[in-house]
Design a protein around this ligand. Structure first.
Ligand code: SAH
Length: 261
């Protein structure tokens, strides 16, 4: 028989308790012990999906303490979920936890989640990949306490000019803008900040690289927000110039023969 892993790493999604996967919600509902990242995970997710589980907020814990609590739970035969915000594979520090669990001989599986960049796009009602504008999305961050490899400096990757979702950096927005302007972007490049995408108090600030830093300062947003930047964000203001070939009547693809194709 296929036995289930000792621990599930579950992506909680961006905040809205309905933006967790069906599998993630089921596993939370079955969990006896949940260790969650309290600084970012919406408590409503716990209230909704695991009201009776024992919960531990990892915000005030060291990695060793997190592993210790989970290992004790597993040893006691309890069902353990490690709940991470958004998708666990992005800025989730899950690798070091998995290495430690490997060392202890504890098995685990990962259930993906909706990352905040997807929730920010939804909040903006914005497609991130538009024909002839950008077909590439870069998920990145600015170097802060956690360093970023030199070749990935924001000013370096900003040379591509793609759509960007910048995590963990809104508190350094002025520096972010400076780095972006050193790349392919201009003061006219559209930018949007989405604070707590999908939470009840979600907020959106939109502008250009020329004014976004000032608007963000005025709004008092310095955390839990994404910086979205790129030409795609201009289409709601300026209109769409090119349409996708996917639904173009003249275009033939695997599922439909075009009229003149
Ligand atoms: N694993 C998470 C990211 C964790 S890093 C994910 O996939 O989304 C934490 C950063 O994520 C925050 O600094 C912020 O930039 C972003 N973030 C997380 N939740 C957010 C939300 N609901 N709205 C906007 N940004 C969010």
């Amino acid at each position: 028989m296929h036995s289930s892993p000792d621990i599930y790493f579950v992506g909680a999604g961006p905040g809205d308790p309905e933006l967790i996967t069906v599998k993630g919600a089921r596993l939370l509902g079955q969990a006896d012990l949940v260790v969650y990242a309290g600084s970012l995970v919406n408590r409503e997710i716990l209230v909704t999906h695991c009201p009776t589980a024992e919960v531990h907020d990892s915000a005030g814990m060291t990695m060793e303490q997190v592993i210790g609590v989970m290992a004790e739970g597993v040893a006691a035969g309890r069902r353990v979920v490690r709940l991470h915000t958004g998708d666990p594979a992005l800025y989730g520090a899950i690798q070091e936890q998995m290495v430690e669990l490997d060392r202890l001989g504890i098995s685990y599986a990962v259930v993906p989640g909706v990352t905040s960049a997807s929730a920010a796009a939804a909040a903006l009602r914005q497609e991130l990949t538009l024909p002839e504008i950008s077909q590439t999305l870069i998920l990145t961050r600015m170097a802060g306490k956690t360093p970023v490899p030199e070749r990935e400096r924001l000013a370096e990757i900003a040379k591509i000019g793609a759509t960007m979702a910048i995590y963990l950096s809104v508190g350094m927005i002025e520096k972010v803008v400076e780095e972006l302007l050193a790349g392919a972007y201009t003061p006219e490049t559209p930018a949007a900040i989405v604070y707590r995408a999908s939470w009840p108090d979600e907020r959106i600030v939109e502008g250009t690289l020329a004014d976004i830093a000032g608007k963000v300062a005025q709004a008092g947003i310095d955390r839990q927000a994404l910086i979205m930047v790129g030409e795609v964000f201009g289409v709601r203001r300026d209109g769409l110039k090119a349409r996708s070939l996917l639904y173009d009547g003249a275009f033939t693809h695997g599922y439909r023969v075009g009229i003149v194709g």
